[in-house]
Ligand binder design. Structure first.
Ligand SMILES: CC(C)(COP(=O)(O)OP(=O)(O)OC[C@H]1O[C@@H](n2cnc3c(N)ncnc32)[C@H](O)[C@@H]1OP(=O)(O)O)[C@@H](O)C(=O)NCCC(=O)NCCS
Length: 186
């Protein structure tokens, strides 16, 4: 098991640590996501979807073990992954939890070997400050890959592709993308 690691040097960050998610975190992740899903900020998912994706998740927790943030990196294609289900608890907003999670997920992206990381978000300024750009051309994949991605049953992928059946969930959020420099660590 990977040990929890300190997040940054800053005093604010000393109050929480990041670690890989465990199956026992699913209930707390759902509690974080539920109010955001109700407001259509994040996609609502069944518990089984979180268990199936648990290895994609990083969580932030207090020294007392309270889960105060989560985020996942979902690989979509050889060179493309998505930061998804990024959330910080309301009373922890603005204290670096989101920042630490995004930076960790970007390191995960380098490790897994993708070159581009995409997100669908209303938090445009936040992601811009982490190097993401609003996609001028909203289609990030060539037609051949697009047709392959259509085979996915994943709701997030469908939303990325802007399929008609998920349009009610998008509510005008913005597609953003970041090109990664550097290579996967050995
Ligand atoms: C996006 C979200 C995860 C950010 O979480 P957060 O923990 O508040 O984020 P941070 O504290 O790292 O950054 C927020 C601000 O606090 C400031 N901040 C305060 N202390 C900080 C610290 N120690 N380290 C870094 N930033 C700090 C930053 O300047 C930052 O400003 P910015 O947003 O203008 O860049 C959170 O707003 C959220 O849960 N939103 C709803 C879900 C969502 O939209 N997710 C994205 C789509 S997947």
């Amino acid at each position: 098991m990977t040990a929890a690691q300190p997040v940054t040097e800053s005093a604010a960050a000393q109050a929480f640590r990041l670690r890989r998610a465990r199956t026992s975190d699913v209930a707390a992740i759902r509690r974080l996501v539920a109010p955001l899903a109700e407001r259509r900020i994040l996609i609502s998912k069944e518990s089984v979807a979180y268990y199936e994706a648990i290895q994609e998740f990083r969580v932030a927790e207090t020294p007392e073990g309270e889960l105060i943030g989560c985020g996942a990196l979902h690989v979509m294609w050889e060179d493309l992954a998505e930061v998804r289900t990024l959330a910080a608890a309301d009373d922890w907003r603005g204290r670096g939890v989101g920042h630490a999670l995004v930076e960790q997920l970007l390191r995960d992206a380098v490790d897994v070997g993708v070159q581009r990381v995409f997100c669908l978000t209303f938090e445009v300024g936040f992601f811009e400050r982490h190097g993401f750009e609003v996609m001028a051309d909203q289609s990030a994949v060539d037609p051949e890959v697009y047709s392959e991605l259509l085979r996915s049953s994943d709701e997030g992928v469908a939303e990325f592709l802007d399929l008609a059946r998920v349009k009610p969930n998008t509510l005008g959020n913005t597609r953003m993308i970041k090109w990664l420099a550097g290579r996967a660590r050995e």
